[in-house]
Ligand binder design. Structure first.
Ligand code: COA
Length: 264
């Protein structure tokens, strides 16, 4: 049964360990109102609570999608004020997603613009429907993307692509986004199944190792190689002590043994 918030809902599949968060303001193409921003955080917290009172780690991956065939058309323009456009909430859902311990996959269909694209870029992966349209439209409002869109796009694609997309405000196709490394894959009719399969694949891996990889990649983006490698070495040594490591070694050694990873 999904848990409903005012403008979002979440559901957890205990069998696969995959949680889903649905942005639910389809009449405004899931534009990011203050309410939706705080519901995103509340929804992710609700999913993370699946790990409470569990021996190990229950929540292994999260898929974020938009209701009604659009991911998100950006900040809610109706909530803009002269002094403070966009995010007025105390906590940023962008940062919350970036720092969320579990891998987050953006399931991108329809419009994915402005703060919607920034939300998707804060996720660990983006998988797009072939008819999705992505862009940073803020320039048309005399603004720049307010949550680091140019930075994030420069890192994922290139500074030239970031400038082109942010300066033109154009909506690019999913295929072009894939060429630019902004999305990992594009699907038509198989979209739902492909996203579910990818989420389940990530969810089936040893969760402590997956969480360490997410932190390692964040460090790689923020620090020099030496600091990053030192972090990885320390994580590696601590993962050597886990039950999941022993389980993986056993599965490698025994032909017919299917490993079960628990996050211990
Ligand atoms: N904020 C608030 N409402 C939005 C919105 C946004 N960012 N984007 C779309 N909506 C609303 C529209 O006002 C419309 O509401 P209405 O039915 O009450 O009039 C509804 O969503 C459908 O949008 P509409 O513009 O009629 O659909 P469309 O298919 O003709 O165009 C877009 C779709 C996405 C191209 C267009 O809505 C758009 O340009 N939106 C703004 C995108 C943007 O600039 N985002 C960055 C903000 S910083």
């Amino acid at each position: 049964m999904p848990t409903e918030f005012e403008t979002a809902s979440v559901e957890f599949d205990a069998e696969t360990g995959v949680g889903s968060l649905t942005l639910n303001r389809p009449d405004s193409l899931n534009a990011l109102s203050d309410q939706l921003r705080s519901d995103i955080i509340a929804g992710l917290e609700e999913l993370e609570a699946e790990n409470d009172d569990v021996d190990g780690i229950a929540l292994r991956a999260v898929v974020i999608e938009g209701a009604g065939g659009n991911f998100c058309a950006g900040a809610d323009i109706n909530e803009f004020s002269d002094s403070s456009p966009g995010d007025k909430s105390d906590r940023s859902h962008y940062e919350f997603i970036r720092n969320f311990p579990v891998p987050v996959i953006a399931k991108v269909s329809g419009y994915c613009l402005g703060g919607g694209l920034e939300t998707a870029m804060c996720c660990d992966f983006r998988i797009a429907h072939e008819e999705a349209r992505l862009g940073l439209a803020e320039v048309n409002l005399g603004l720049i993307p307010g949550a680091g869109g140019v930075q994030l796009l420069s890192e994922l694609a290139s500074p030239a692509a970031a400038k082109e997309i942010a300066m033109t405000g154009d909506h690019i196709s999913a295929d072009r986004a894939c060429e630019l490394n902004l999305v990992r894959e594009v699907y038509g009719a198989e979209f739902d199944d492909a996203v579910a399969e990818f989420a389940e694949t990530i969810a089936s891996k040893p969760p402590l190792a997956i969480q360490a990889i997410k932190r390692s990649a964040a460090i790689a983006a923020q620090t020099g190689v030496e600091e990053g490698v030192a972090y990885d070495r320390q994580q590696f040594e601590s993962l050597l002590e886990t039950e999941d490591h022993k389980e993986g070694v056993r599965a490698f050694a025994e032909d017919d043994y299917e490993p079960t990873f628990t996050g211990r």
